[in-house]
Design a protein around this ligand. Structure first.
Ligand code: FES
Length: 221
């Protein structure tokens, strides 16, 4: 399998063929071992994920073309329609090409209350994207609206590819996108400097606990 085998004829078009490369094949072997004989169809999710990651590696765009779904169906001995159903059901699989940096903005209520509108506006202003689902003209960014990412405690959240950037506002979104344009993503996490989801400014509770071992109680006392 050569690199060309997964390259699109043109960015944005369905490639003619897809085959797993050596890096993916090594992982497929390990994945399939997890399922009993005759139950290999259960590996459809990890194989779709592998296909999407291979596409990113090879073409720069993380998506799953239909020919990749067909390859997965053949490998797992399942009807192609069942792979299409799974790929189109789960939002984390992109069934059309996305930009190098996939901006997934959470706009569900906790993020919205904490300012996701400002994050969306900053993304639009900086990338030139006008609507969710669009890719910027330079091909660098795709902006997608997503539902709760399960990180509301540090809302609002902007997921970029696999990473969560948290406590976002217009200014930090601007800085982040600028860094992405220069191909140097900052470490993910809170952009307000919080440690995990601790309060801003540091811990306010459990600050004076003495964790020294205590003597065990004596029996009968
Ligand atoms: S509402 Fe945005 S992470 Fe939960």
């Amino acid at each position: 399998m050569t690199e060309m085998a997964t390259k699109s004829h043109d960015h944005g078009h369905e490639p003619a063929i897809f085959a797993f490369d050596a890096e993916s094949e090594a992982k497929i072997g390990e994945i399939l071992k997890k399922y009993p004989e005759g139950r290999q169809a259960s590996a459809v999710l990890p194989l779709l994920d592998l296909a999407q990651r291979q596409m990113r590696r090879v073409s720069g765009s993380a998506w799953v073309p239909r020919v990749a779904m067909d390859a997965i169906a053949a490998r797992l001995k399942m009807p192609p329609i069942r792979v299409y159903e799974v790929a189109t059901f789960y939002f984390m699989f992109n069934t059309k090409p996305v930009g190098k940096w996939h901006l997934q903005v959470c706009t569900t209520t906790p993020c919205w209350l904490r300012g996701s509108d400002a994050v969306v506006e900053a993304c639009k202003r900086i990338t030139g994207i006008r609507h969710f689902g669009e890719t910027s003209e330079d091909g660098l960014f795709t902006m997608t609206e997503v539902e709760c990412l399960g990180a509301c405690v540090n809302a609002p959240i902007l997921q970029v590819n696999d990473d969560f950037y948290e406590d976002m506002d217009a200014a930090t979104t601007g800085k982040l996108l600028d860094a992405l344009k220069h191909d140097s993503p900052p470490p993910p996490g809170s952009m307000a400097g919080r440690q995990a989801s601790a309060p801003e400014g540091g811990a306010t509770t459990l600050t004076t606990l003495d964790f020294a071992p205590q003597p065990a109680p004596r029996g009968g006392e």
